[in-house]
Design a protein around this ligand. Sequence first.
Ligand SMILES: Nc1nc2c(c(=O)[nH]1)N[C@H]1C(S)=C(S)[C@@H](COP(=O)(O)O)O[C@H]1N2
Ligand SMILES: [Mo]
Length: 156
Amino acid sequence: MSVPMLRLEGELDRPLAVTSSDLAGLDAKYQLDVNQVDPKRHGAAVRLAGLLELVGVRPNARFLTVHADADDFHASVPLPPLLERAVLIYRLAGGPLPVSRGGPFRLLIPDCAACQTDEIDECANVKFVDRIELSAEKGLDNRPHNEAEHEALHRR
Ligand SMILES: Nc1nc2c(c(=O)[nH]1)N[C@H]1C(S)=C(S)[C@@H](COP(=O)(O)O)O[C@H]1N2
Ligand SMILES: [Mo]
């Protein structure tokens, strides 16, 4: 089985693809158990800020787009609030984060707004993340626009 990779691309000094081992190798100051920021969730996580330090965000990057090509779900949000608090969950109990938990890589923005109430809402907690893209302008975003779309998404 091939090792899952997460690609970091766009307005970066050093675009890169990382594995969960690479994430585990990031400085201890960036590591946490997601339980510390959301008591309902479990798993090893790394602060997005630490991950982005590795690739060097260019000064013109203002948006961060999280892509799940697996199910064609994408969210594009302003970078500064994400840099402050978002984390990426990448392991559970020493193994890969299961797909049932949004693995192998899942973004989590602690204390985000309820679905569809703000630009940074629960819907932006993208599961099955395979690419993170930095850009000057807002990128691809197909989060649900209304309750009907939202319900349809949760039924899939
Ligand atoms: N890849 C992917 N990520 C996704 C979704 C999705 O359909 N596909 N749904 C989003 C929506 S609308 C919500 S509200 C949250 C729900 O995550 P939770 O069940 O872990 O709270 O996941 C988000 N992440
Ligand atoms: Mo949502």
